[in-house]
Design a protein around this ligand. Structure first.
Ligand code: NDP
Ligand code: 8X3
Length: 250
């Protein structure tokens, strides 16, 4: 059996870093991408340069993305799985007080960069009857205050995934949208501009999803028999559930 290769975006922390460990331990080669070169280098050192290849680029820089992927060493060049994981939420303010630059950064990263790398890799994925796993969010399904553009960007990721399924019909390429709820990673630190206390308070007592939990879900989806496709997978901590509508009375 040939060694498979996965390209993981956002591999420097959280779900992406855990997925690197999971796929390496499952015998795959991993292309790990992100902006923080030191974190990617640590992954290469931990697993070995024959197992992990680091690509340092900002997902919003299309030229850098193209150049990095065009320059892959031959042993990493045949990609079987694209894990579209890089993404972020910025801010928790209601729309009427939100920062437009933060909105644009979320759209540029969660939407524009995701479709750009997908478009770039699609021909190769079709040739190899590969797979795409997109990390969406429950925020794309359930609205909450302050979710505004983050939730909108994840609704895009979920629907784009299902539309890819429709277009890729008959190619053998699998597409999955994984939609996690509260998970303790660097997500809330990034969202709050580095407020560790806010992050700790949010997850206190929740028993949130861990990065390893989602890495295991990705692994399960990716290693199912090739005739099976998980279309969408919504995962929450037991201590989180969706409830209710709000009513304002004048
Ligand atoms: P982390 O903040 O821990 O990881 C985010 C990753 O995205 C980092 O590796 C970061 O790398 C990368 N990233 C962000 N912006 C860019 C960019 N411009 N260019 C390249 N890489 C970028 O958060 P999570 O692991 O939690 O998040 C991973 C995905 O999961 C995101 O799409 C998030 O929206 C989604 N998600 C998270 C949930 C949660 O509760 N944690 C729940 C549902 C979905 P670097 O900074 O080094 O560039
Ligand atoms: C992250 C999940 O509920 O914090 O995508 O928005 S949530």
């Amino acid at each position: 059996m040939h060694t498979k290769t996965v390209l993981i975006t956002g591999a420097t922390s959280g779900f992406g870093a855990a997925a690197v460990d999971r796929f390496v331990s499952g015998g795959w080669r991993v292309i790990a991408t992100g902006r923080r070169a030191d974190r990617l280098q640590a992954l290469v050192q931990r697993h070995g340069s024959d197992k992990v290849h680091a690509l340092v680029f900002d997902m919003r820089d299309e030229d850098a993305m193209r150049a990095a992927i065009a320059d892959l060493p031959p042993e990493f060049a045949s990609i079987d799985l694209l894990l579209n994981n890089a993404g972020l939420a910025l801010g928790t303010a209601p729309a009427q007080q939100a920062d437009l630059q933060q909105w644009k950064q979320m759209i540029d990263t969660n939407v524009t960069a995701l479709v750009t790398i997908t478009h770039l890799l699609l021909p190769a994925l079709i040739e190899r009857r590969g797979a795409i796993v997109n990390i969406s969010s429950i925020a794309g399904t359930y609205p909450y205050k302050g979710g505004n553009v983050y939730g909108g960007s994840k609704a895009f990721v979920s629907q784009f995934s299902q539309n890819l399924r429709a277009d890729l019909h008959g190619t053998g390429v699998r597409v999955t949208s994984i939609e996690p709820g509260m998970a303790e990673t660097e997500f809330t630190l990034v969202r709050t501009g580095g407020d560790q206390r806010a992050s700790d308070q949010l997850y206190a007592g929740v028993h949130p999803i861990t990065a390893a939990d989602i890495a295991e879900s990705v692994w399960w989806v990716a290693t199912l028999p090739p005739h099976l496709n998980i279309n969408r997978l919504e995962v929450m901590p037991v201590n989180q559930s969706a409830a209710g509508l709000q009513v304002h009375r004048d």
